[in-house]
Design a protein around this ligand. Structure first.
Ligand code: NAD
Length: 337
């Protein structure tokens, strides 16, 4: 198949070309993301491949359809950037990579949690300046704290297990379906409001849906235990950033670690070090000593990139051969119940 890959970096190219030795599709790599302006680049392609911040809305899908594209392959797990109803109406199949090393994201989440709590990022910067003072670097032992895991799917379950068995935390969880294996090790499922009111450390691992949009808002922050720590490696819009900033300013929130941000599409994955950032909300977040931000890199391991490339190309080969698409995303499958 002729496949255009949008928003690609050198590492995408390396891993996709290596995996394509077996599949032999005709791959064209584009640096720009897919959006209303760049969709024209898909002319003459059979399939396109996109990532988390590409725009796959109704207008883009209609253009893709008119250009003859029949398959959109997401090289990620989340699909909140795709208008599934429009895709189904237009007969464009959507496939994704449902799991590509949940360990990568779970391990990164724990890393962020520890770095934030023990101020490792600040200590590193100080030591580089020959400043070995410890003032302001006091952490709080995780073992003595209650952790709350929202969403206990592939990633959340690993995080909950690590917090429970590795650190000995009391672990509260919330999900639309409980995981009996987690319950067996003492993880307690509670309503979302209770989790947010009782957990000292909240970590988000649910998908972004209308129900989870801004699940961390002013009310949740107001009801949270004092100095709550919030970690988000899932999707930026799970958190209302304006309320987060208010919570940080008031001291209600003890620390925030983010690998995702609501408006990240304008910032992440690019080197903007020579530009003036126009997002004042993001810039304000960066001013807090107790905020640690990374640019959507939790997935970035060799293992993940290999699995992402292999699974994506396998789906494209299945589509070409007319085989069932095991990683297809359908509207019906995303409806609860
Ligand atoms: P998953 O589908 O295995 O798990 C998601 C869990 O959330 C499921 O158990 C589901 O039942 C639960 N859930 C759904 N709606 C919920 C709700 N309203 N309240 C509570 N729980 C709810 O997904 P996963 O592989 O564990 O990935 C989790 C999220 O992590 C993805 O949605 C994606 O947005 C994000 N992610 C981020 C990165 C990164 O690099 N930062 C990489 C991969 C995935």
């Amino acid at each position: 198949m002729r496949v255009a890959l949008f928003g690609t970096k050198a590492y995408d190219r390396d891993f996709f070309e290596a995996a394509n030795a077996r599949h032999r599709h005709r791959l064209t790599f584009f640096e720009p993301r897919l959006d209303h302006a760049t969709v024209a680049l898909a002319e003459g392609q059979d399939a396109i491949c996109v990532f988390v911040n590409d725009c796959v809305d109704e207008t883009v899908l209609e253009t893709l359809r008119a250009q003859g594209v029949r398959l959109v392959a997401l090289r990620c797990a989340g699909y909140n950037n795709v208008d599934l109803a429009a895709a189904e109406r237009l007969g464009i199949a959507i496939v994704r990579v449902p799991a590509y090393s949940p360990e990568a994201i779970a391990e990164f989440t724990i890393g962020l949690m520890l770095a934030l709590d023990r101020r490792i990022h600040r200590a590193w910067a100080r030591v580089r300046e020959n400043n070995f003072a410890l003032d302001g670097l006091i952490g709080r032992t995780l073992a003595a704290r209650t952790a709350g895991v929202v969403g206990t799917g592939r990633i959340g379950a690993l995080v909950a297990r690590t917090l429970r068995l590795g650190f000995g935390c009391e672990v509260l969880a919330h999900d639309i379906a409980a995981d009996p294996d987690l319950e067996a090790i003492g993880v307690r499922y509670v309503p979302r409001e209770q989790l947010l009111a009782e957990a000292d450390v909240v970590t988000l691992h649910c998908p972004l849906t209308p129900d989870t949009h801004h699940l961390i808002d002013a009310e949740a922050i107001g009801n949270a235990p004092p100095r709550v720590m919030i970690v988000n490696t899932s999707r930026g819009a799970l958190i209302d950033t304006t309320s987060l900033i208010e919570g940080l300013k008031s001291g209600r929130i003890g620390g925030v670690a983010l690998d995702v941000y609501e408006q990240e599409a304008d910032l992440f994955f690019e080197d903007l070090s020579n530009q003036v950032i126009q997002d004042d909300v993001f810039q304000r977040l960066l001013t807090f000593p107790n905020v640690l931000i990374t640019g959507h890199q939790a997935f970035l391991t060799e293992e993940s990139l290999s699995v992402i490339a292999e699974t994506t190309l396998e789906s494209i080969s299945d589509a070409e051969a007319g085989r069932p698409l095991s990683n297809r995303v359908t509207l019906a499958a995303t409806r609860p119940g």
